[in-house]
Ligand binder design. Structure first.
Ligand SMILES: NC(=O)C1=CN([C@@H]2O[C@H](COP(=O)(O)OP(=O)(O)OC[C@H]3O[C@@H](n4cnc5c(N)ncnc54)[C@H](O)[C@@H]3O)[C@@H](O)[C@H]2O)C=CC1
Ligand SMILES: O=C(O)C(=O)COP(=O)(O)O
Length: 638
């Protein structure tokens, strides 16, 4: 008699708890996030409609989301006060705010988490502390490097960038380690655009040097004759949120505005009277150039010696984007040669500039107007950004994937709502299937078949694939898997997941009729789970009345709700079996939640799937396995 207990696998099975939003949170405005958030579900429970869990933390650090005001308060200290540590609520997530954040955001965070506001940490100090935190909030000064993610030992689950540019966060490292990165992309747009215009006008009229001259007691009217903006051509490089706002304002100043942005829509540009042109044409025509693109490998030093050669002599340059989009040495040369008449810079390659470097030399140059990265620094923008990022981080900790996630696929809220029970089903199928694998060859090939009446374009399977991956990998490893890193982790482990669609005519309205997961090229602890192919394990599931059900084990039809734990066994189809099994479970106080018998032919074999509320002891499993008519038996945890 082949009898296998699922012990070694189940011992490894991890229990994760989702962060589900409470009504309190929703009443505090979380519903705004839900409207455009991606949800992600864990193994442990069903979720509120429209949300799914992106972050699952070990139970000990689970976030009981409730309105609790902790005693931790904003401080400029580098370590939390003893009082703050003592009064920490262990049921709440702990958030490190590493740069100055508006009070509105801090208040919001304090209601749902323990908050340490510790500013001016060095990178080493951040690395030392980060393993104490579930979330980190930064602005542009903190470099969230791979070292930081590694130093967190897997605890850090969310990084919130209180602003737009995420060039100070190592997104590859975040993604690989399953850490969600969110930003606050809208609240500082107007501030940055206003600062761009402030620098443009201040530069044209020499406001800063004239002010410095007057403060030194001089009255130099002829030295500071400026240039007019009206009728001049402004090239806005990057027609995104800030760029288009600058364009709108510059139109109001009577400028002729052209723009280069490889991804901008011509209609949007036309709507505000802006002509979209090529990069070279923008340079050739502009009297003023204003930079508004992100710093990426493509835009790194996009303004260099070659670029400046293409500019009109005497062009004036404004940069409120990122210092790195300009080769600063080349800009110094261009200013010295008169190609660039003036520059107004808010951002630098090195912030703050250090004596001797190119940023420093630019700041000191008489033709340069400089501000210390002030684009987002208005009272209004900082309050807005603080609330925007606090909502995004709290939402992510509560299991929602904020609309501003920058390293996870965005799935519309209505798709999440619709797929929620299938997401649970997908994880549980993966979790069950991998527990049926025997031997140490490892799972390398998995085929997922979605039976659906929907067209391909009408069924987004990314969430389902990610959850199957989670289910397959988490029970047999220490990996933490979520929507952020599922594909990455699968690839790292050489796990190939192929997806197929089968058309079905039934299940009117439902996105899916069934999902099946086949692990190929493995031996099974439960031979009956192998389907038509030898050395493969196939499980199929369906959603009934919103509840995930197992519908097939190998070629046997079963119907068992996927809750609690499951016993599978193969038995000779004969009377009295249910009674025998039931009384053994009863003696051990194990409650049967569901039971399903699937047989091939009367009198031949049957597969029985029993859902139990309690776990089975080794002795109970042995007693069941010893029943003579039972051929093979496994106990699996969901
Ligand atoms: N100085 C400061 O305090 C602030 C700086 N910023 C920076 O301003 C920049 C723009 O921010 P948003 O408008 O909010 O971002 P956004 O994402 O709305 O716009 C960026 C635009 O740049 C375009 N782009 C990408 N590559 C380009 C290229 N090679 N050439 C031309 N355009 C390109 C994109 O298509 C997009 O339309 C970012 O670098 C951001 O970090 C934003 C806020 C405050
Ligand atoms: O939002 C951005 O991209 C900014 O550059 C603002 O940076 P800050 O948050 O002021 O350090």
């Amino acid at each position: 008699m082949a009898m296998v207990m699922g012990k070694s696998m189940t011992a490894n099975a991890k229990h994760t708890l989702q962060f589900a939003p409470s009504s309190t949170q929703k009443s505090q405005g979380k519903h705004r996030l839900l409207a455009s958030s991606v949800a992600f579900q864990t193994s442990s429970s069903l979720i509120a409609k429209g949300t799914t869990t992106i972050c699952t933390l070990p139970k000990s650090r689970s976030l009981a989301v409730k309105a609790v005001v902790t005693n931790s308060s904003a401080t400029v200290s580098k370590t939390p006060t003893e009082e703050a540590v003592k009064t920490r609520n262990p049921d709440l997530a702990t958030v490190l705010v590493a740069e100055k954040l508006g009070e509105g955001g801090l208040d919001l965070l304090r209601k749902v988490s323990n908050v340490d506001a510790l500013y001016n940490l060095t990178n080493d100090e951040l690395c030392e502390k980060i393993s104490n935190y579930d979330a980190l909030i930064v602005r542009s000064a903190t470099k969230v490097t791979r070292k930081v993610f590694q130093a967190s030992n897997g605890r850090l689950k969310v990084v919130g960038r209180a602003g737009v540019g995420i060039d100070n966060v190592d997104l590859d490292a975040a993604t690989e380690l399953g850490c969600l990165v969110v930003n606050a992309p809208t609240a500082n747009t107007v501030a940055a655009a206003e600062h761009g215009i402030a620098l443009l006008t201040a530069m044209a009229r020499n406001a800063a040097p004239a002010d410095a001259s007057m403060k030194s007691g001089k009255w130099e009217r002829s030295k500071y004759v400026g240039v007019s903006l009206v009728d001049k051509t402004l090239a806005v490089m990057g027609f995104g949120k800030v760029g288009s706002e600058v364009a709108r304002k510059a139109k109001g100043l009577g400028m002729h505005v052209i723009s280069h942005d490889p991804y901008a829509s011509a209609d949007r540009a036309r709507a505000i009277g802006v002509e979209l042109v090529s990069f070279d044409e923008a340079l050739a025509r502009a009297d003023f150039i204003s930079l508004h693109m992100p710093l990426t490998p493509t835009t790194d030093k996009i303004f260099n010696d070659d670029t400046f050669k293409k500019c009109k002599k005497g062009v004036r340059l404004v940069n409120v984007a990122r210092g790195g989009v300009i080769d600063e040495e080349a800009l110094l040369r261009a200013i010295d040669s008169g190609v660039v008449a003036q520059a107004a810079l808010d951002v630098f390659t090195t912030e703050p500039p250090k004596e001797g470097d190119s940023s420093w030399a630019l700041v000191q140059h008489k033709n340069v107007t400089a501000t210390p990265h002030l684009g987002a620094s208005t009272v209004e923008a900082q309050e807005g950004v603080a609330v925007e990022i606090a909502e995004a981080v709290a939402g992510a900790l509560a299991g929602e994937l904020a609309a501003t996630a920058v390293n996870a696929p965005m799935v519309p809220a209505e798709v999440i709502t619709e797929l929620a029970p299938y997401v649970t089903l997908a994880e549980k199928l993966g979790r069950l299937a991998v527990q049926l694998v025997s031997g140490g060859a490892g799972v390398k090939q998995v085929k997922v078949v979605y039976r659906s009446a929907r067209d391909d374009g009408d069924l987004d399977t990314r969430l389902l694939r990610a959850m199957i991956t989670k289910g397959l990998i988490e029970p047999v490893s220490s990996a933490f898997i979520n929507l952020v890193n599922a594909d990455y982790v699968a690839k790292q482990r050489g796990l190939k997941i192929s997806e197929e669609r089968e058309a079905s005519v039934s299940a009117a309205g439902a996105p899916l009729e069934s999902v099946s997961v086949t692990i190929a090229d493995v031996d099974s602890k439960f031979a009956s789970a192998t389907g038509d192919l030898t050395r493969s394990i196939t499980l199929e599931g369906k959603v009934k009345d919103g509840v995930p059900h197992l519908s097939k084990v190998g070629n046997f039809n079963v119907d068992v709700s996927l809750e609690g734990s499951i016993i599978f066994y193969r038995q000779v189809d004969q009377p009295g079996m249910i009674g025998k099994v039931g009384s053994i479970l009863g003696e051990e106080n194990v409650n049967i939640a569901f039971m399903s018998v699937g047989r091939t032919l009367r009198g031949l074999d049957a597969i029985v799937a029993i859902g139990t509320d309690e776990d089975l002891s080794k002795a109970t499993i042995q007693k069941l396995a010893d029943i003579p008519a039972i051929g093979e038996l496994v106990f699996l945890k969901l």
